[in-house]
Design a binder for this molecule. Structure first.
Ligand SMILES: [Zn+2]
Length: 85
């Protein structure tokens, strides 16, 4: 997430980091209850969770391992992207 210095970010109710935009609707609506706003980073991570659950249900162990590796790489890349943009 791109931080704009003149905006005073507040504590995110999910990760508790100062990443929550003061204009509530400029954040992400949590998928957990569909009414709580969380910071953009938390919103992105929540979006990736269902994918992991689907992968965990995969019964083919070799395929599961491959998809888990892919999921971890995408998550790491996304974290890096969010930190630098
Ligand atoms: Zn957060």
């Amino acid at each position: 997430m791109k931080f704009i210095p003149e905006i005073k970010y507040v504590k995110c109710p999910s990760c508790e980091e100062l990443k929550f935009h003061p204009v509530v609707t400029r954040n992400a609506l949590s998928r957990k209850d569909n009414k709580t706003y969380v910071c953009a980073d938390c919103g992105t991570m929540e979006a990736l969770l269902p994918l992991r659950e689907i992968i965990e249900e995969t019964t083919n162990e070799k395929e599961k391992e491959r998809l888990m590796g892919l999921h971890e790489r995408v998550t790491e890349d996304l974290k890096k992207f969010l930190e630098t943009n």
